[in-house]
Design a protein around this ligand. Sequence first.
Ligand code: PLP
Length: 421
Amino acid sequence: MDFFHYENNELFCEEVLVSDIAEQVGTPFYLYSHRTIVEHYRKLDKALESIEHLICYSMKSNSNLAIARSLANEGSGADIVSGGELYRALKAGFPAEKIVFAGVGKTESEIEYALKMGILMFNVESMPEADLINYVAGKIGKKAKIALRVNPDVDAHTHKHITTGKKENKFGLAIDEALGYFTESASKENIEVIGVQAHIGSQIVSTMPYVEAINRLTTLINDLEKIGIKIQTLNIGGGLGIIYNEENPSTAQQFAEAILPLVGPTGRKLIIEPGRFIVGNAGILVTRTTYIKKSGSKTFIIVDAGMNDLIRPALYDSYHSIKPLKMTGAEDITADIVGPICESADCFAKERKIESVNAGDLLAIFSAGAYGFVMSSNYNSRPKVAEAMVIGDKYYTVRERETYDDLIKGESIPEILIHDK
Ligand code: PLP
């Protein structure tokens, strides 16, 4: 579900013609639909309404301030993984008491910053991390609330790079050793253990892995309660999948129907950390065709966006639907759609059937809202692209395109290297 649609063969985002935005903003640029973001959040929130819950939007999927604010306005919390994401989350307007802090490598300064800001809790991934949190909390006279992230050893049946809940993954603490870790953490003076957390992977299309994980976590929680450790929150991470091509992911309603009977009766607060589900289909990358290149039997559509702007196809072999902004009814061709970067991996689609386009034509790369801009880089000294958001019948630039000056910001040439000619 999203609010991108074709009308008279031209692509609109909500009520705005996308090609009009392209003329003003220039290409490439990311474009987000505010209504799509908010609708996704509301669907999930409504599906879970029968139990106490907190949706913590996963900032890593797209941390643009306008997107984050749109969700904060809806009452969402935030899931962060760094001091930088905490800074962004607070700037965007998420209340600190709705922020959960994950990640295997939190540093002392990040922990101190988060404690001082008064976040809801840390999702702790190791005993040395618990020690450090305990130490920092003691140093500044605070008690830190934590959940331990448990690795439930469940196969999420997703791409190997985005599977996180198998025992060979670096995340969380092995479930069969968890009792000991909880006991040790609970004994620390400046820590209060309040929750259990797990995140088993991303782009999960069925509810089964969640059910399996929750069942394992519930057994653990029951064992913890027997030894006097009371668990108030169950955080099952993010991971809800979306449609990129022909997937058939479970809906918010189906997800809720599968998990609520397991969590509801316990009376514990449910926390979930969706990212992709909320923003994935709410964003497109708009790019202009630079050349049509023919070589041997192949046709290449060379566009002005590159893998530095959207790395998912190169990194995960992921599929993104690609269509012209203006459908002309021209015959389909089969082409590779590639960027200008000096890497063979700089390819958005291989042997893709697409309506024939000419140099200068605009294309939309769909489902680019999550893990798109946030993973972009300046590789090949390419300025990061602009980001825009449509709200109803208006668009807003929510991040300016970088300039060449931005590319060298902070760099300097040591005096000793500067020779007079
Ligand atoms: N929570 C944690 C701990 C994660 O590592 C991630 C993604 O990697 C998420 C939430 C968000 O995942 P998704 O965007 O698939 O919902």
